[in-house]
Design a protein around this ligand. Structure first.
Ligand SMILES: O=P(O)(O)OC[C@H]1O[C@H](O)[C@H](O)[C@@H](O)[C@@H]1O
Length: 428
């Protein structure tokens, strides 16, 4: 992974060389903390050890019974779905991957009606084993399998922590079970059983994903000048301090669209606390040049734009044409055009003094994805250390989970009851 920072903000370099050197001293301290956490496999920091500690053999062995599937359906939400979806949506496979994360009944019904459940592997993923959306969706899927005459116990495996309803279910029905490694929060779990099982079923090279991540891990050092991951984490933090409170994450590759979703969870849930954080916005190049870019370039000066691209891709020529005004396109390729759009957006942002960061990998393949995934995780942890945040907790999300359970009668939650309907304006 390469990080290339366009360091303008409102006409001046946002980060002078002196400011960067000062920041670098803080990065050295942050790295010391991170390295100590990794050495002790502390909660959260343990995720940065996954390139070494994940066991691809074990993952492949666990999913082997499902190799004959024509599709794999993951039931999970948040960090229990987005990592796997990032990989499966980035890489082509003959085995289709589907995700049930939301509990939208129309979507669930439509999806289940479209699948041949007798040829589908079902992967139920929940670290806690208690998440209402996941367990509800699982019960619905199980019923659909039974109705279709499919023995659900033959086609289901779970990925979960040591305790909880899902673990009990796996034990009761003797389902194959993969363990969520200890100390790895959901949004940092893509390089574990949670993110890699689907990729393994789809025949992707999960060793290469881990090798890409390991290469980026090797480059974590006490200086932002030596580590593309820390360079990204430290400069996004410093730019946020200077007012760039939104980070528009804009890959120039259709295959990385879900990556932006995964990034949004990582950034929002890890860093959005104590009145701090940087709002992740999801965009896609070149499509969103024709919609969101107007705001990024000319709207409030509270943003940075992260442009992401592979430097190599399978290309496709644009046919020659004698259509008037279009001859400049003939003989070019779609890839050349996309690259020109990328460079033009970068120039456009720089010309308007909008900070922008370029992240590049060689290719959208297993290795490149491993680099980018690990790079963003390490960047996020670095940002969290610099901002003195508890990167690996999500109290605001827990509040909502408890409230939903309380409102459904699954437990008391007076705080939610107390504010229901408070200070609202209803217009009918
Ligand atoms: O894996 P689970 O325990 O089901 O949790 C799924 C998701 O639940 C919550 O929303 C957490 O904030 C997420 O970080 C987590 O990924």
């Amino acid at each position: 992974m390469r990080t290339d920072i366009g360091n303008a903000l409102g006409g001046e370099p946002a980060l002078t060389r002196d400011a960067l050197d000062e920041l670098d001293a803080d990065v050295a301290a942050a790295h010391e903390r991170i390295a100590a956490g990794m050495a002790d496999d502390e909660f959260g920091y343990a995720a940065l050890n996954l390139p070494e500690t994940a066991d691809p053999e074990r993952i492949r062995a666990a999913v082997e019974p499902f190799a004959d599937s024509e599709a794999v359906l993951t039931v999970g939400i948040g960090g229990s779905a987005l990592g796997a979806a990032t990989l499966s949506n980035a890489l082509a496979s003959d085995i289709d991957a589907y995700y049930l994360d939301n509990v939208d009944p129309e979507h669930t019904t439509r999806l289940l009606d479209s699948l041949d459940l007798s040829r589908t592997a079902v992967n139920v993923v929940s670290n806690s084993g208690t998440t209402a959306e996941t367990l509800s969706n699982f019960l619905v899927v199980r019923e659909a399998m039974e109705s279709a005459g499919v023995d659900w116990t033959e086609r289901t495996f779970v990925t979960t922590g040591p305790e909880g309803n899902l673990r009990n279910l796996a034990t009761k029905h003797d389902l194959p079970a993969l363990d969520v490694p200890a100390g790895v929060p959901g949004r940092f779990s893509v390089l574990s059983t949670v993110g890699l099982a689907v990729a393994a079923i789809q025949g992707h090279d999960i060793d290469a994903v881990l090798a890409g991540a390991a290469a980026e891990r090797e480059r974590l050092a006490g200086s932002l000048y030596d580590s593309p991951a820390y360079a990204y984490g430290a400069t996004t933090y410093a730019l946020a301090q200077r007012g760039a409170l939104t980070n528009a994450f804009m890959p120039y590759a259709e295959s990385l669209e879900t990556f932006a979703e995964w990034f949004a969870q990582l950034w929002a849930e890890s860093l959005g606390k104590d009145g701090q954080g940087q709002t992740p916005a999801r965009a896609l190049g070149a499509t969103d040049q024709h919609s969101q870019l107007q705001l990024y370039r000319a709207g409030p000066r509270d943003k940075l734009v992260t442009l992401v691209r592979p430097t190599e891709r399978a290309d496709r020529d644009i046919p020659e044409t004698d259509l008037e005004g279009l001859s400049y396109l003939g003989g070019e390729s779609l890839g050349t055009l996309l690259d020109a759009e990328f460079e033009a957006t970068e120039a456009s942002l720089t010309a308007a003094d909008c900070p922008n960061v370029r992240l590049e990998i060689d290719r959208v393949d297993e290795r490149g994805l491993g680099e980018l995934l690990f790079g963003m995780e390490a960047a996020c942890v670095c940002y969290g250390e610099l901002a003195d945040l508890s990167t690996f907790t999500q109290p605001a999300v827990e509040w909502g989970k408890k409230a939903a359970r309380g409102l459904l009668g699954g437990g008391e939650f007076e705080e939610a009851e107390a504010v229901r309907g408070k200070d609202r304006l209803v217009v009918e």
